[in-house]
Design a protein around this ligand. Sequence first.
Ligand SMILES: Cc1cc2nc3c(=O)[nH]c(=O)nc-3n(C[C@H](O)[C@H](O)[C@H](O)COP(=O)(O)O)c2cc1C
Length: 200
Amino acid sequence: MSKVAIGARTLLYPLPAVLVGADVDGKPNFSTYAWCGIAGSKPPMLTVAFQRKRHTFKGVKQNGTYSVNIPSAELVRETDYCGLVSGRDTDKVADCKFSVFYGKLANAPLISECPVNIECSVVHVLDVGSHDLVVGRIEEVHATESCLTDGRPDAVKMDPFLWAMPPVNRYCRFGEPIGEAFRVGEQLKAKGKGKGKAEP
Ligand SMILES: Cc1cc2nc3c(=O)[nH]c(=O)nc-3n(C[C@H](O)[C@H](O)[C@H](O)COP(=O)(O)O)c2cc1C
């Protein structure tokens, strides 16, 4: 395979597109984040990489809390919009007609229209250069009842989407299933080897 070195760049695929919320000066604000991920399970931890100028980040620092709301494909316009404009200049909740509710944490606003809402409390803020990486503990998760299968959020019912970076630069739904997780690789296992329980 012929390879081309293209430099040290932030290329990780696929990336999510989620709506991160915080109360800023007492008012709910949401913006779009792709640099977001699970960092651990015991305790459950989630990271978001914020540029320091983000209005939302101001609220995260004010309250020590934030929310991660996973939009479904029908909210693609609203999700992109929340990544284009700042809460400094407009009321994104009104513009997007979001219904906001609060859960366990006082200042982590949640979007009712999103099928999954995650409440986080800030544990660490790490200066990683261009961004501050906020490591938050997941305190509670809310899910729309119709998106559950056996009590767990079902990605097929949630209909979430990804952001494919330029040159594609598009939001895309999940594609075709290509294999069962923690199962399809079994075929390559040598007999009697690698019997451990698999989890990320
Ligand atoms: C698809 C997408 C992904 C984004 N990911 C991030 C991110 O990971 N970190 C970040 O600081 N900004 C990210 N942004 C930019 C912010 O969402 C954008 O600057 C937003 O207007 C900030 O709003 P605020 O000032 O109200 O917080 C992203 C924008 C889009 C459209």
